[in-house]
Ligand binder design. Structure first.
Ligand SMILES: Cc1cc2nc3c(=O)[nH]c(=O)nc-3n(C[C@H](O)[C@H](O)[C@H](O)COP(=O)(O)OP(=O)(O)OC[C@H]3O[C@@H](n4cnc5c(N)ncnc54)[C@H](O)[C@@H]3O)c2cc1C
Length: 462
């Protein structure tokens, strides 16, 4: 029996991929339409495709390129900027069938993985071989390495180890027209030509589709230990944090939670074990092998010198994991206050943090909506979260205006509107102000070189 020649995009996709790898059921399309930001616009996609190999990704890209059909690469949809949201008529490319750790090499200290690997699964796999993959976004139990690479994800350990980009040695990518390239060699050092690896990292699926990632690893660190300290004012906590960063006892985690976030987490999870009532809390950890006890003693001393109300030393793995779990529940807890939240991701020079926090408190008082702030204070990267009732149009409007104000405030303080979550759809409006016309033009030029017909995740990132 002869098959009719494929005439449409879907026919061609079904001819190129296994039957169950091209899904058009409306429920399945809807389920993949939006990321965790849950606020941005979404389009109506054409299909969800589940490639099993680079060759299948390549086949999909060739078909999409020929027909001018957009492709939206998707990880676990844990993104907070609408970057993976559906676009009208698009193929949503999901990597659940490309989720293998292909190789862990203890001599070269690399892991070669497919994009669908869940971040924490990779960390566990390399730890079993005495190795360490440091980037740890708070979503690591479900976010994927492909998504982490495409957003250049950060996390709590970035204050010591750096962000995802610092661990990406090389990428295999499929270009918009279906060509497959490796962006560089996997060596520790590689400066031949421009740094395409660094360019694709953080490009939010707009320059290329990541099909394989070679990640640099480190030797396993020591056990975590540290302090959880509360302060009478946020300013005291900030001063203590700045002194810790400036000193010789570099922490592996340095997180701030303000009073609103602390109350939200405790209300969300009464067993969270966090102190209540304090204006601010610092969580300061070290993972040094030999020097851990000296680090903790230094953090204790600095906290007391800055007026800490309580300083609890945490060395027990179970207690530390409970603290980290409580910290990771930040977004969910803020959303639970009123049912909706906009989670910002501003990053400012550390010297401007006191002003940022003062102005956020003033903004919250002025609009009458809770704004809880916390996050990676050691990097100057905080997540003000505006809580609002999504069923109340007045609160929705106020929350969106507060969102704009916070982006403007970050720029006014010499910072960026996004330290780690990305631009996606949600922060497009801030790009002109942050980057200026010449950089914008250069960036559009780069996009045109990689994706001349604009099919890769159109409308996102730039
Ligand atoms: C509770 C919570 C906590 C979070 N904490 C952090 C944090 O600490 N640090 C942090 O940085 N982020 C954090 N995030 C945001 C989010 O988890 C990260 O941005 C993460 O990297 C997204 O991964 P993902 O697999 O879910 O990707 P998705 O959300 O599905 O996609 C994100 C972007 O990556 C692109 N993409 C996905 N796969 C590919 C691929 N193979 N090739 C090309 N492009 C691709 C998509 O098109 C999209 O632009 C948090 C989110 C939540 C909900």
């Amino acid at each position: 029996m002869t098959h009719p020649a494929p005439t449409t995009t879907l026919d061609e996709l079904r001819a190129a991929l296994p039957a169950d790898a091209v899904v058009t059921h409306p429920d399945r399309l809807l389920a993949r339409a939006q990321d965790a930001s849950a606020t941005g616009p979404t389009g109506v996609p054409l299909a969800v495709v589940h490639p099993s190999s680079t060759i299948e990704v390549q086949a999909v890209a060739r078909i999409a390129h020929r027909h001018g059909v957009p492709i939206v690469p998707q990880g676990a949809l844990s993104g907070l900027a609408g970057g993976a949201n559906a676009v009208d008529g698009a193929l949503l490319m999901v990597f659940d069938r490309m989720a293998a750790v292909l190789r862990i090499d203890p001599v070269d200290q690399v892991a070669v993985v497919q994009p669908g690997v869940v971040t924490r699964d990779l960390a566990v796999a390399v730890a079993a071989q005495g190795l360490f993959y440091p980037p740890d976004p708070a979503s690591d139990s479900w976010s994927t390495i492909g998504g982490n690479v495409a957003t250049n994800a950060g996390g709590m350990r970035c204050v010591k180890y750096g962000v995802t980009r610092d661990f990406v040695r090389t990428l295999e990518v499929v270009l918009a027209d279906g060509r497959v390239v490796r962006t560089s060699t996997p060596t520790v050092k590689a400066v031949a030509g421009y740094d395409l690896t660094g360019l694709v990292v953080g490009s939010e699926g707009t320059l290329a589709i990541v099909t394989e990632v070679t990640l640099g690893l480190l030797a396993a660190p020591g056990e975590n230990q540290g302090i959880c300290a509360t302060f009478p004012t946020v300013r005291d906590a900030l001063l203590a944090s700045n002194e810790i960063i400036a000193g010789p006892h570099r922490p592996s985690t340095l997180e701030l939670l303000d009073q609103v976030v602390l109350a939200a987490i405790v209300a969300h999870d009464p067993h969270a074990g966090l102190p209540v009532g304090a204006r601010a809390m610092l969580l300061v950890l070290t993972d040094e092998h030999e020097q851990g006890a000296a680090d903790v003693a230094a953090y204790q001393r600095i906290a007391h010198e800055h007026g800490a109300l309580t300083v609890d030393v945490a060395t027990d793995a179970v207690a530390l994991e409970a603290l980290l779990r409580a910290r990771r529940s930040f977004h969910a807890a803020m959303r639970a206050i009123r049912g909706g939240s906009i989670n910002e991701d501003v990053s400012v020079p550390r010297s401007r943090l006191p002003e940022l926090l003062d102005r956020l408190e003033e903004l919250s008082g002025r609009i009458g909506l809770p704004i809880g702030t916390g996050g990676h204070v050691g990097d100057g990267n905080l997540h003000p979260a505006i809580a609002y009732d999504p069923l109340d149009p007045v609160q929705v409007e106020l929350a969106h205006r507060a969102h704009e104000s916070i982006l403007g405030l970050a720029l006014e303080l010499g910072g960026t509107v996004t330290g780690e979550h990305g631009i996606g759809l949600e922060k497009q409006g801030a790009l002109d102000a942050e980057l200026g016309p010449t950089v914008r033009e250069l960036q559009r030029g780069l996009k045109a070189v990689f994706d001349p017909t604009g099919i890769l995740n159109p409308g996102k990132k730039i």
